[in-house]
Design a protein around this ligand. Structure first.
Ligand code: GLU
Length: 307
């Protein structure tokens, strides 16, 4: 990690360079409510292990987690149902297919390839055990992000529910093969809600710092997630976290990361640091154009590349 006094300058420079490429993509529109995002928004937060924080741009604007929720639901499933159960219904292999692909289920294996594609995440959400699964999910997110105000965006949730027929198809296909552990309607409702929980880049940097420190919040010293679970989640983030751009991203950025179509990227640094970006303009793979550019520059200049 670079000299502390130089980090803000590196972040400012990465931000300025990333602003130049925002014209190369578009805001997600397949969920109507997401199309309302401001394409000029861009921000980032770097949180060092010792708690020093560096921010730029729209680091404090809330957006919905979308696919980033898949890392939290995986943690919740591993905590409540355990490793054996979870990985009996979902695999741990990368896929070259798009995040909402149905092809693989019909052609290759009834067990979704990994927990970070839609089919895998829907299976994982069905395996979560508990009395109030969504409320417990929000509490987990609040704890890992260090913010007890984190909550659902009702408008995005309804928008997803209204337009989620592809996810419904996936869930019913999984149900037809006896993969789902709870009824499809109940599972999908939790899945749509989880995707629609709002966070900021600052919240996600806090989360990434917990993952970077093996599940311990360095601010309080409290263990929030078992280290075995953290290792599983980080490994999957590295290989599968950026949709069908995961290989190229790992080559350029080299940090376990997860993106969401809401525009967020969360990345685990090598030295106990957490980094997150927000920029709703997405490339064709569904990843934030500005966010990727910022991550590329930070990884090189702050030496957070893990290899
Ligand atoms: N809620 C979105 C969906 O299931 C999440 C997709 C994403 O962020 O990749 O379509």
């Amino acid at each position: 990690m670079g000299e502390k006094k130089g980090i803000q300058a590196i972040l400012d420079n990465a931000y300025a360079q990333a602003r130049q490429v925002l014209g190369e993509g578009r805001v997600a529109s397949y969920i109507p409510e997401l199309a309302k995002a401001d394409p000029s928004n861009l921000g980032a937060c770097v949180l060092l292990q010792d708690g020093t924080e560096y921010d730029v741009g729209d680091f404090n604007i809330p957006f919905t987690m979308q696919s980033i929720s898949k890392t939290f639901s995986l943690i919740q499933a591993l905590q409540t149902a355990g490793y054996e159960k979870v990985f009996s219904i979902v695999g741990m292999e990368p896929t070259g297919d798009s995040f909402d692909s149905i092809l693989q289920l019909e052609q290759k294996d009834w067990r979704p390839f990994n927990p970070l594609i839609n089919a895998g995440a829907i299976a994982v959400v069905s395996a979560i055990e508990g009395e109030n699964i969504f409320e417990e999910f929000v509490e987990l997110v609040q704890k890992l992000c260090g913010d007890d105000k984190i909550m659902l965006n009702e408008n995005v949730y309804h928008s997803e529910d209204m337009t989620g027929n592809r996810n419904r198809s996936i869930a019913y296909l999984l149900e037809s093969r006896n993969v789902l552990q709870r009824p499809p309607v109940e599972t999908l409702d939790d899945y749509f809600r989880m995707c629609s929980v709002m966070v900021t880049a600052k919240n996600l940097a806090h989360y990434a710092r917990v993952l970077a420190n093996d599940g311990i919040d360095p601010g309080t010293g409290e263990r929030l997630v078992d280290s075995d679970i953290v290792r599983t989640v980080k490994t999957l983030m590295l290989f599968c976290g950026m949709y069908d751009e995961s290989g190229q991203y790992a080559m350029k950025v080299g940090m376990p990361s997860k993106s969401g179509v809401g525009g967020g990227i969360v990345a685990v640094g090598r030295d106990g640091s957490g980094i997150a970006t927000y920029g709703p303009v997405l490339n064709k793979k569904g990843n934030s154009v500005g966010g990727i550019r910022i991550m590329e520059i930070l990884s090189r200049e702050l030496e957070t590349y893990i290899f």
